[in-house]
Design a protein around this ligand. Structure first.
Ligand SMILES: NC(=O)c1ccc[n+]([C@@H]2O[C@H](COP(=O)([O-])OP(=O)(O)OC[C@H]3O[C@@H](n4cnc5c(N)ncnc54)[C@H](OP(=O)(O)O)[C@@H]3O)[C@@H](O)[C@H]2O)c1
Length: 296
């Protein structure tokens, strides 16, 4: 990954942090996002150590020294569309070529929380922030013939897109909101592959496994009951790292748009394969973000 720039959202904990550490160790230059400056700063230090940047310069091979690998931290609350827009501007200024974008940040609150933009929080953070960020970063991604990776979930198999009430103002349950948001990521990935393939940009989504992270902290106790048996964050990051760094043929060209579990392609849900719904979701999401609907 030497010479490649990777943007990871939600890098302050769990899978995002582990992904950052693994890609730093592979030599990538990282741009990390956080909403909490202290947590962000502490991950930034860890990333510098994982990249071997705390060692004397002379200890590094020449190739590593030559590459600009200084990690950067950008602050943004991804539940707010304006902050996503500002984040995209800052990234574009820092990285005219963006090799990999990992839309990783996610939340799973038990109760319905409405954002100041009038969106349901899981829809906003887990899906729409990634949609908007990706759309606004089309140019730097195209410059690098880059990859867009969306950390979805096997929970998408239980989801459907509630086009008549996307923000789930009626009959909210935390599972319904989570599975809708995770399905939206898989559908978005398929649309991206179709619409941006001509620019050389590829897109993949994934399920990381059931991983010991903070994601379940706001949920009822039974979600934490089996926590000791969940995967470590490093293991949970393996598929994101694979999709970001592997040269496997399956990731390029016609393989774009795929859903991955344990570093292998897996069939997405029937709902995810409904391309008419995928297009409808792209249109509605564009409207919510104030973007043009074609976006090719
Ligand atoms: N853990 C699992 O078993 C599992 C399974 C399937 C899919 N996933 C997916 O994996 C991804 C990573 O989750 P995780 O398990 O690593 O959970 P996590 O430890 O809670 O990490 C979530 C990350 O997202 C950030 N984030 C949350 N809300 C944000 C906001 N409004 N603005 C900016 N950043 C925000 C968090 O920041 P803070 O540190 O400030 O909270 C944190 O960095 C999520 O998309 C999740 O749905 C996880």
């Amino acid at each position: 990954m030497i010479g490649k720039t990777v943007l990871i959202t939600g890098a302050t904990g769990g899978i995002g942090r582990a992904t950052a550490l693994a890609l730093a160790a592979k030599g990538a230059r990282l741009i990390l996002t956080a909403r909490n400056p202290q947590k962000g700063q502490s991950v930034l230090e860890e990333v510098r150590r994982a990249a071997g940047m705390d060692m004397p310069q002379t200890a590094e091979p020449e190739r590593l020294q030559a590459a600009n690998r200084e990690p950067v931290l950008l602050l943004a609350d991804l539940s707010l569309l304006d902050q996503v827009r500002q984040l995209a501007e800052a990234v574009t200024a820092l990285a005219p070529r963006l090799d990999v974008l990992i839309n990783n940040a996610g939340v799973w609150p038990a109760r319905r929380i409405q954002t100041p933009d009038g969106l349901e929080t899981q829809f906003a953070v887990n899906y729409l922030a990634g949609f908007l960020l990706t759309r606004l970063l089309q140019k730097p991604l195209a410059q690098a013939q880059g990859r867009v990776i969306s950390v979805s979930s096997s929970f998408h198999y239980f989801g459907r897109i509630h086009f008549d009430d996307l923000q789930l103002t009626r009959g909210y349950t935390y599972s319904k909101a989570y599975s809708q948001s995770k399905l939206a990521q898989v559908m978005f990935t398929r649309q991206l592959a179709k619409r941006w393939g001509g620019l050389g940009i590829t897109a993949h989504s994934l399920h990381p496994g059931v991983v010991k992270t903070g994601l379940f902290d706001g949920l009822p106790w039974m979600y934490r009951l089996f926590r000791p048996f969940y995967l470590s964050p490093a293991k949970g990051a393996a598929t994101s790292v694979y999709l970001a760094s592997s040269q496997d043929e399956v990731l390029s060209g016609k393989g774009s748009g795929g859903f991955f579990i344990r570093q292998k392609t897996a069939g997405p849900s029937k709902a995810a394969l409904n391309d008419a719904h995928g297009e409808q979701l792209w249109r509605v999401s564009s409207q919510l973000c104030g973007l043009d609907e074609t976006g090719e």
